[in-house]
Design a binder for this molecule. Structure first.
Ligand code: SF4
Ligand code: SF4
Length: 164
């Protein structure tokens, strides 16, 4: 798995223009059943992918934390929301709460998340490949394919499924 993760930025760079064109076309005219296509591709890929062998998202990019995430996680850690914020978070350029540093503090050496049951919504949904109207997050996906091997594979499969 480490080899795949190490090669991913280059592979994603090589596919960048192709992917960009594909998403531009998709934004203009998406198949009516795109949500279903994505659901299937997402499920197929994650049947094969073991995130515990990867954790590259947790190691290289942090989620943003909504107020609800902060309330839920602070409660779990028995901290006051303000204490949790002071200890773990900072405000980024877009005014969102994000981790002070990556790899994420809550990631264990075994790649388990110590706050898994209460983890941020963004972690639960990453890499967002089963969300509705997937074409609307093209820019984010173009970045995610360089981080997430599953997202990379899903986009490759998607190009084949939709162009065929
Ligand atoms: S979601 Fe993607 S980057 Fe994160 S652990 Fe799973 S395969 Fe790796
Ligand atoms: S909170 Fe958990 S799932 Fe989210 S980035 Fe940290 S370790 Fe990964």
């Amino acid at each position: 798995m480490q080899d795949i993760i190490d090669n991913l930025p280059k592979q994603a760079k090589d596919k960048h223009n192709e992917n960009k064109k594909f998403f531009q076309k998709l934004k203009k005219k998406a198949p009516k059943n795109l949500d279903y296509i994505m659901q299937d591709l997402h499920e197929d890929e994650f049947e094969r992918t073991d995130c515990l062998k990867c954790a590259n998202c947790c190691k290289t990019t942090g989620p943003l934390f909504t107020n609800k995430d902060i309330e839920r996680i602070s409660k779990f850690l028995r901290l006051k929301p303000q204490q949790f914020i002071a200890q773990y978070l900072r405000v980024d350029e877009e005014n969102d709460y994000v981790l002070q540093s990556v790899p994420c503090t809550f990631l264990g050496v075994d790649n388990y998340c110590s706050i898994y049951d209460v983890r941020p919504k963004a972690c639960r949904e990453f890499p967002h490949t089963d969300r509705k109207k997937f074409q609307q997050i093209a820019n984010l996906t173009l970045k995610n394919v360089a981080i997430c091997p599953a997202a990379y594979n899903i986009v490759e499969a998607m190009k084949k499924a939709i162009n065929s």
